[in-house]
Design a protein around this ligand. Structure first.
Ligand code: UT7
Length: 326
């Protein structure tokens, strides 16, 4: 038995913010952002919330998969920016979808979150415990960044992306191989602190913390671990990067994608990109770009895809999927 992707969905806030718009607030330029990252515009939440985008993406994916919300047995949401610490975004989504039976939880995995979520769903489906799973990545990173810090505020966008998965008796389709891993020893290169302790017996300084990233350290980690993890997934399948039709990588930086393509001796055309329009949307990144391709009819039955996310933790996750949908 294999777990297979039955549908994709995504949602973005309405407001589009250009590099020039940001340059009005911080010392940056359209030229720097384009050349160093490939990002031109991004969507930033104004009236939208993590839970509203999560619901929109999930509904799109369920419709695309032709699966009823009541039939979902597992809901995994990857987010670090829900408007609630609890209940989980997954529980809020379950209530909004009118689902009564799913196991529901959030995961804190940053940009690798949706591929991690696929790994979890894959295990539950293969164990026979779950028939249909919903995996959503959603982030409102715009509320975590310091809009006076040009090193981070220019990079991110807000959005949500979702997958609906089901069980398939046909082993020649679906998730063929998947791995997820943490690299905690490098975790402090991408951080954001929580509220400080404040009780009658102990009080820590209440410093407002924002997302911090050592960009170069994360860049190097991505360029090393992405090709390594792709090989780790492909080797046991007897496949090589030449056998892969498309590589859907996390859209953090165009230069990471160029480097990975070069290291794996693959043409850049096999690496879809959309960071020019949406920026780095973290956990929503991989499902969003796949959803764009899916809705344009660019995902073909029988084609082999690599899905790869990497980010906070540090964490990374890679899947090899044979597309089943017509
Ligand atoms: O999604 C999670 C995973 N995240 C990633 O994968 C991100 C990986 N890292 C990156 O994509 C890149 O490292 C960045 C895009 C974050 C930064 O690019 P970089 O080429 O590594 O730049 P840098 O940090 O080395 O900075 C180079 C210069 C610095 O100036 P000095 O010190 O050389 O004078 C920065 O102060 O560029 C300056 N700089 C900027 N200048 C204009 C940094 N940000 C900006 C900016 N506008 N927005």
């Amino acid at each position: 038995m294999k777990a297979t992707i039955l549908g994709t969905g995504s949602a973005l806030p309405e407001k589009i913010v250009s590099n020039d718009d940001i340059a009005q607030y911080v010392d940056t330029s359209d030229e720097w952002i384009r050349q160093r990252t490939g990002i031109v515009t991004r969507h930033i939440a104004t009236s939208e919330t993590a839970t509203s985008l999560c619901e929109d993406a999930a509904r799109n994916a369920l419709e695309n998969a032709n699966v009823n919300p009541e039939d979902i047995d597992l809901i995994v949401v990857s987010t670090v920016s829900s408007e609630y610490r609890f209940p989980s975004c997954a529980c809020i989504l379950q209530e909004r979808l009118g689902n009564k039976k799913a196991m529901t939880f959030d995961i804190v995995v940053g940009c690798a979150g949706c591929v991690y979520g696929l790994d979890i769903a894959d295990s539950f489906i293969k164990s026979g415990k779950v028939k249909h799973a919903l995996v959503v990545g959603v982030e409102i990173i715009s509320k975590l960044v310091d809009w006076a810090d040009r090193r981070t505020c220019v990079l991110f966008g807000d959005g949500a992306g979702a997958y609906v998965l089901g069980a398939s008796e046909d082993d020649s389709v679906g998730i063929q191989g998947i791995m997820s891993r943490g690299l905690g020893e490098n975790g402090m290169s991408l951080t954001m602190k929580d509220r400080p302790i404040d009780n009658p017996w102990h009080k820590e300084d209440d410093i407002k913390d924002y997302l911090y990233m050592d960009g170069q350290a994360v860049f190097k980690f991505a360029c090393r671990k992405v090709p390594e993890s792709i090989k780790e997934v492909l080797n046991p399948l007897g496949l090589t990067p030449d056998d892969i039709d498309k590589f859907f990588l996390h859209q953090a930086n165009y230069r990471i994608i160029e480097t990975v393509a070069k290291m794996m001796k693959q043409p850049l055309e096999k690496f879809p990109t959309n960071m020019d329009k949406v920026g780095n949307i973290s956990a929503a990144s991989v499902p969003r770009i796949m959803d764009e391709y899916n809705r344009q009819g660019l995902l073909k039955k029988g084609e082999k895809y690599i899905l790869c996310g990497f980010g906070a933790g540090l964490t990374y996750a890679t899947a090899c999927v044979i597309w089943e949908k017509d």
